[in-house]
Design a protein. Structure first.
Length: 164
């Protein structure tokens, strides 16, 4: 028995339409499916009695359905039984982040800033480790989720393409 693959990463958001717009417009993801979960199995699955959800599934740019999933990011809005907002610094146990590879970190950061979202730090050059030579930054989406942007250096990009 083994894990067969990654299905998706789910993020709870306060406003599904706003979140879908932001992830598609600012990061370039594409919406592939939307649905409502207002049934007993969903309430049991999430462990929130009375919950009803709106869900959008987003794919990475250029990504079609790839087994085992058609999408990489799932955005979830609780339309009944919403919770509160949490803010967790990256060093808190249980904190998480979602990382994206980009081809032009400065351009994506400019879109992030112009969208009203906040960079946690400007892009920094990675000076050690497997991504040495790349550039990276952390930011917060409109709901406060921590995201990472990584622009690979030439050596790492070539290795991942099988050219090194």
């Amino acid at each position: 028995m083994a894990v067969l693959g990654m299905l998706h990463v789910g993020l709870t958001v306060s406003d599904l339409d706003r979140a879908v717009d932001w992830y598609c417009r600012v990061l370039g993801l594409k919406e592939v499916h939307r649905q409502t979960g207002d049934n007993d199995y969903t309430r049991t699955l999430v462990g929130v009695p009375g919950a009803a959800l709106r869900v959008a599934q987003l794919a990475l740019p250029g990504q079609g359905p790839v087994w085992p999933s058609s999408h990489t990011v799932e955005l979830i809005e609780y339309i009944r039984e919403p919770g509160g907002h949490i803010a967790s610094p990256p060093n808190d146990v249980g904190a998480s982040h979602l990382a994206f590879v980009v081809d032009d970190i400065e351009a994506v950061c400019a879109r992030v800033i112009s969208s009203g979202a906040a960079l946690r730090n400007p892009p920094v050059t990675v000076t050690a480790g497997i991504n040495r030579g790349g550039r990276a930054c952390y930011l917060h989406d409109p709901d406060g989720h921590t995201l990472e942007l990584m622009e690979y250096g030439a050596e790492r990009a070539a290795a991942l393409r099988g050219e090194a």
